[in-house]
Design a protein around this ligand. Structure first.
Ligand SMILES: *[C@@H]1O[C@H](CO)[C@@H](O)[C@H](O)[C@H]1NC(C)=O
Ligand SMILES: *[C@@H]1O[C@H](CO)[C@@H](O)[C@H](O)[C@H]1NC(C)=O
Ligand SMILES: *[C@@H]1O[C@H](CO)[C@@H](O)[C@H](O)[C@H]1NC(C)=O
Ligand SMILES: *[C@@H]1O[C@H](CO)[C@@H](O)[C@H](O)[C@H]1NC(C)=O
Ligand SMILES: *[C@@H]1O[C@H](CO)[C@@H](O)[C@H](O)[C@H]1NC(C)=O
Ligand SMILES: *[C@@H]1O[C@H](CO)[C@@H](O)[C@H](O)[C@H]1NC(C)=O
Length: 597
């Protein structure tokens, strides 16, 4: 190595025995760039296979990135006690010896990104008590052993994204008492390493990438009371956030991106009252329910870019008086109504491009606010054909283009529907309008019908009354509504009762039987009904009596030892006098036998 050094050093002879002299003079290693002072040396892209020898002792910055360095000798940098910044990124390091960095007592930043490290041995970072930043991202690290970072009491930022971490020991982060930011890739972990995290009481930023879990369990981040920013990205199986999964956290920023969450986790979020930023982008969420985010009073930015959003309900952001950014670019929204916001006055940034918006009056509020809104990269467009930029038009033109038609209800049957008691009545109605109206049915008490039950409304506008009863009769209403208004049509339901409700006077009706004169006071008597009713009555009487007999028969059959005969003894009058007489004889003469069925 000395020979190498001599080959490029002009001071070869001079430095031969006096290395210290050359270091103080500050030689610049071959292929490296040194500034006017040699305290910072840039050796990136210098095709180095090893770390240059005899670097100036007063060096504060050394950039060895983009070389082919494979190994570090033990205590390689021992003499560089003033070095603050060491960049070894983009090399071929597969292993770092314990004590490799011993002596770098001033080192603040150490970068080892994009090497081939698989394991970080315990003690690898010994002596780096002032280190603030350690970057081991984009290596092949498989796990973190207990006490790997025990010497890094001053570490603030640990970057470990894009590794293949399969295990994290419980004490892996022991000693990182001042860590503020942790960026971790845990691709083959199936559980959040809650216990290991519990040692990081000062952590403010946690970025967890690629965890292989479908549920974020309850109390996953207990102990991280100072955490402000939680970023969960690329968990391909994550579908559920348990209700108490974020308990113990007081976040200002939460991102759950590129996972499989299909429902906004309202329950898990609601205690995060200091939340300012919420990002649920790239999740298959199709619907945001109204009034469910109302506890997030300080929310300023909401992002759900690239999801499957079809609908944002009215009053979704009700109560969120600080909301200034909504980015829902790249979804399936057909509109965004003014009514979703608490107040559109606070809104400054709106990402709405990449949605199949319908051109109607629900978007008019956008044109009125176009001067105060920043639409980011792309302006919203509407219309299935042509995709015209509706913000190119004047407000007057817009008012003509973005129109709505109030709904018109059409019934598919006359306004009076009759049905026999016990049968099913079906009514159908549909409605025209722009935008497409929603259809509901109201019962005679003006209550909206649900999709289930004996009397129910279907999503296609039809309504049915099954097993109709006299009390179901009345006026039902089909109501259609859209952004432009509503329309309603009544339908009256008649139920023909099977029997009269009046008490039944059998005798008088029977008397009236032969007479069928039209001038009768009472309505004509229905013989068939009577016969049916009577036969049903008799039938049921006989059948219940019969049933009783059958039941008694089987009951008696089932009682094991059954005598089919009964012996009945009687005492003849004469026997009373001869009390001490032969009983045998007496028994035989004074009994008879009865056969039982
Ligand atoms: C370091 O040197 C490389 C290669 O010559 C050069 O591309 C890079 O800009 C330099 N970096 C700095 C910070 O001077
Ligand atoms: C080292 O040099 C590379 C390439 O020139 C550069 O990208 C990197 O930022 C430098 N590192 C530091 C710590 O300045
Ligand atoms: C992680 O899991 C995937 C699939 O289960 C597997 O293909 C991959 O090799 C695993 N990685 C490691 C580092 O074990
Ligand atoms: C939660 O964080 C906010 C600021 O982010 C802070 O003002 C508040 O005191 C914290 N609450 C608790 C209970 O720690
Ligand atoms: C919304 O997000 C997309 C993608 O990140 C970005 O390109 C766009 O500028 C954002 N829009 C706004 C208004 O911030
Ligand atoms: C509407 O849907 C119901 C059940 O969902 C069905 O029974 C009925 O036939 C449908 N009506 C029409 C007109 O499509």
């Amino acid at each position: 190595m000395f020979v190498e050094f001599c080959m490029w050093g002009a001071f070869c002879v001079l430095t031969a025995g006096l290395a210290v002299t050359s270091q103080v003079l500050g030689s610049c290693p071959h292929h490296c760039h040194c500034g006017t002072t040699v305290s910072v040396i840039n050796c990136s892209y210098a095709r180095l296979a090893v770390v240059p020898e005899r670097l100036p002792l007063d060096l504060t910055g050394l950039n060895l990135s983009h070389n082919a360095i494979r190994t570090l000798a033990p205590e390689q940098f021992r003499a560089l006690t003033r070095l603050e910044d060491l960049d070894l990124s983009d090399n071929h390091l597969a292993y770092v010896d314990a004590d490799a960095f011993l002596g770098l007592r001033s080192l603040l930043d150490l970068r080892l990104a994009r090497n081939r490290l698989k394991v970080l041995p315990v003690g690898a970072f010994a002596g780096l008590s002032r280190l603030r930043l350690l970057d081991v991202s984009r290596n092949e690290i498989l796990g973190f052993l207990d006490f790997t970072f025990r010497d890094l009491a001053g570490l603030r930022v640990l970057e470990a994204l894009h590794n293949d971490v399969v295990f994290i020991s419980r004490q892996a982060f022991a000693g990182l008492s001042d860590l503020r930011q942790l960026h971790l890739d845990a691709c083959n972990l199936t559980l959040v390493p809650t216990e290991a995290f519990a040692r990081l009481g000062r952590l403010t930023v946690l970025h967890l990438h690629r965890l292989d879990s479908s549920v974020l369990p309850n109390y996953a981040f207990l102990g991280l009371a100072r955490l402000k920013e939680l970023i969960i990205t690329d968990w391909p199986r994550l579908e559920t956030l348990s209700t108490n999964s974020l308990v113990g956290l007081n976040l200002t920023s939460l991102a759950i991106r590129n996972c499989k969450i299909s429902v906004v986790p309202y329950a898990a979020l609601h205690h995060l009252v200091y939340l300012v930023n919420l990002d649920l982008s790239c999740n298959p969420i199709s619907y945001i329910q109204g009034n469910q985010l109302r506890d997030l009073l300080r929310l300023e930015e909401f992002r759900l870019v690239g999801g499957r959003l079809r609908r944002i309900e009215t009053a979704t952001f009700q109560g969120l008086a600080r909301l200034s950014l909504l980015n829902v670019s790249g979804n399936l929204l057909s509109t965004l109504e003014e009514g979703v916001f608490h107040s559109v006055d606070t809104l400054r940034h709106l990402g709405l491009d990449g949605n199949p918006l319908a051109c109607d009056c629900r978007l008019l509020w956008l044109t009125q606010r176009r001067s105060s809104l920043d639409f980011g990269g792309g302006l919203p467009t509407c219309g299935a054909l042509g995709q015209w930029d509706f913000l190119d038009y004047t407000a007057v033109e817009m008012a003509e283009l973005l129109t709505c038609q109030p709904p018109r209800v059409q019934l598919h049957q006359p306004g009076l529907v009759s049905v026999d008691q016990g049968h099913t009545a079906v009514m159908h109605c549909n409605a025209e309008g722009q935008p497409e109206p929603s259809v509901t049915w109201l019962d005679p008490k003006r209550k909206a019908l649900m999709g289930t039950g004996r009397i129910r409304a279907a999503a296609n506008g039809s309504m049915e009354v099954r097993y109709a009863q006299p009390q179901d009769a009345g006026i039902y209403r089909c109501v259609a509504s859209n952004a432009a208004g509503y329309d309603t049509q009544p339908v009256e339901l008649h139920v023909r009762a099977l029997t009269k409700k009046k008490p039944f006077h059998f005798k008088s009706r029977l008397a009236a039987l032969p007479s069928s004169s039209p001038d009768m006071q009472e309505p004509p008597f229905d013989v068939k009904t009577l016969l049916i009713a009577a036969s049903i009555g008799f039938l049921s009487f006989f059948s219940s009596v019969g049933l009783c007999f059958v039941a008694i028969f089987f009951w008696s059959k089932g009682r094991g030892q059954i005598k089919h005969t009964a012996n009945i003894a009687y005492v003849p009058h004469s026997a009373a006098t001869s009390r001490n007489g032969g009983t045998g004889n007496y028994m035989e003469t004074s009994r008879f036998t009865m056969k039982l069925m």
